[in-house]
Design a protein around this ligand. Structure first.
Ligand SMILES: [Fe+2]
Ligand SMILES: [Fe+2]
Length: 153
């Protein structure tokens, strides 16, 4: 399904840029396989996840997901996507697990990037179109998300 409205397009573009950023950080991390060599890339990846990805997920839960949960057609989807946010949070914790060796850290970063890519695709292809089809004011919810995110900065 392709984005059917300017607002859906805007969300899909933002997700695409997040997917690309995570992929770049993961590739940078994978270039070196020593703990010391990985430190810079790991710091940047963790910073991105903490400053952008997890706040984005939290803001969604209070806006798009809260509204979607009220709709019978979207409730199960929202429950599964909320569970994916929990997986993303666990993978973020795994990135800094001192027990991981450099190869395992690359795998954790790749898992985080992969889970997010699949998750964002569901938002683009199912959640946002479902909300729009139910005539939810997605633009208004996005405005609330932005306010919430700006309030944290
Ligand atoms: Fe999400
Ligand atoms: Fe999202």
């Amino acid at each position: 399904m392709t984005a059917a409205s300017p607002i859906a397009d805007q969300i899909a573009r933002h997700h695409a840029s997040m997917v690309a950023t995570l992929s770049e950080h993961t590739k940078t991390l994978a270039r070196t396989r020593t703990p010391e060599g990985q430190q810079g890339a790991l710091t940047q990846l963790v910073h991105y996840v903490d400053a952008e990805l997890l706040p984005h997920a939290e803001a969604e839960e209070g806006t798009l997901y809260a509204r979607g949960r009220e709709l019978v057609a979207l409730a199960v989807l929202v429950a599964s996507m909320t569970a994916e946010h929990r997986v993303l949070r666990r993978l973020r914790e795994a990135l800094e697990d001192p027990a991981l060796d450099p190869d395992a850290r690359v795998l954790a970063a790749g898992a985080l990037a992969g889970v997010f890519e699949a998750h964002a695709a569901k938002e683009n292809e199912f959640l946002v179109p479902g909300l729009l089809a139910a005539r939810v004011d997605v633009g208004g919810l996005l405005g609330s998300m932005r306010e919430q995110l700006a309030g944290r900065a």
